[in-house]
Design a protein around this ligand. Structure first.
Ligand code: KG4
Ligand code: ZN
Length: 340
């Protein structure tokens, strides 16, 4: 029988999440325990702290997702859990939880790739057809995927070093703005002059869709140190200009590489969908919208709560992959690395 209701579990980074989603694309519940405050003092996710928090909360999260959806485990036909890639301690918590419920209640479970969850989200939110182009930009990932089916992904390119979100976070740290850095850098950038600093646009001179963001961070640090050496410190305006210059460089690189990815994807009138926390950035969204307009493509950004890490996308990916023929694997293991 086709599963009607799926329980999704996500614990691969710094959100512990559980959700109940129907094969009819209805999200009955989506519970997210955000760990941001636990990691804020460290300026980034601390694996040890994340693992402990996931272990403590995953069961509670599942219980809440079921009760919020108004269902019990008797109503659940499938359990879908993120089996990687991610911080292994966290992934293990989710996988053990899914396995335990599965064994105790005789409900089949699937281990799905976190990135497949992001990549299939536009079908959950907007019901779009295959194939489409996906740009994943988060704190941990940055890649272009041609999505041909629930289990058919082609990587057209991606970052060769840092993810853009990571670069935003490091920029914020360098400028003493706080964590997570993305929204704080964006706010500063709004008051700044993007033309004051000439930050590099790495890899634009090279063909293909690969990107690089670590050099940008180095350039920013150098610019900051130069100002500090000259004037003894940063003014509010210096900070804003640095943020604006940095953000403009990231936006331009993403826009130019998106144009190339669309050309390579080769489907005029097709869809470019985004996912990941960085897709919340207005300057980046504007740049991508412009690229899509010029290429005759449709720009699709799912609601932010479904763009960032959540379990509804994992439940949905499980339903899609089951319908596509995926079946439980007795040896389902947690995988820190798992390319699509
Ligand atoms: O997708 P996400 O919530 O988590 C994963 O990394 O999986 O993305 C978080 C990342 C962080 O690095 C954060 O700084 C960045 O997305 N971010 C932003 C903005 N909001 C969040 N980056 C730029 N501009 C934003 N407005
Ligand atoms: Zn993610």
């Amino acid at each position: 029988p086709t599963p009607g209701l799926c329980l999704g579990i996500e614990s691969s980074c710094d959100e512990t999440a559980a959700a109940v989603v129907g094969a009819d694309r209805r999200i009955l519940s989506s519970i997210i325990f955000d760990q941001t405050l636990l990691h804020a003092d460290f300026g980034g996710v601390v694996p040890e702290i994340a693992a402990r928090a996931h272990a403590e909360r995953v069961d509670i999260c599942v219980a809440q997702a079921l009760s919020r959806a108004g269902v019990t485990l008797d109503d659940i036909d499938l359990i879908s859990v993120t089996a990687g890639p991610g911080l292994i301690g966290g992934v293990l918590s989710g996988v053990m939880c899914a396995r335990a419920i599965s064994a105790a209640r005789g409900i089949p479970h699937l281990g799905v790739n976190h990135l497949a969850g992001h990549a299939l989200t536009p079908r959950l939110t907007d019901g779009i057809a295959f194939p489409y182009l996906m740009l994943l930009v988060s704190g941990g990932h940055c890649q272009f995927l041609a999505v041909d089916g629930p289990r058919a992904f082609r990587r057209l390119g991606g970052t060769i070093d840092d993810a853009p979100g990571e670069a935003f976070d490091k920029t914020a740290k360098l400028l003493g703005l706080g964590y997570p850095g993305g929204p704080l850098v964006e706010k500063e950038a709004a008051q700044g002059d993007p033309a004051r600093f000439d930050f590099p646009r790495p890899l634009l001179d090279r063909p293909g869709c690969d990107m690089s963001f670590s050099g940008l961070k180095t350039a920013l640090r150098r610019a900051r140190d130069l100002i500090v050496a000259e004037k003894g410190g940063l003014t509010r305006q210096d900070r804003a200009d640095l943020c604006a210059g940095f953000q403009a460089a990231v936006a331009e690189v993403l826009a130019e590489k998106t144009a190339r990815a669309l050309a390579e994807f080769g489907r005029p009138g097709g869809v470019l969908a985004v996912a990941g926390g960085v897709a919340a950035n207005t300057a980046i969204r504007t740049a991508l919208t412009g690229v899509c307009d010029r290429a005759g493509a449709r720009f699709l950004a799912p609601p932010l709560a479904l763009c960032t890490d959540n379990a509804a996308m994992i439940a949905w990916a499980g339903l899609e992959q089951w319908a596509d023929g995926a079946r439980p694997d007795a040896a389902m293991v947690a995988r820190p690395r798992w390319p699509l």
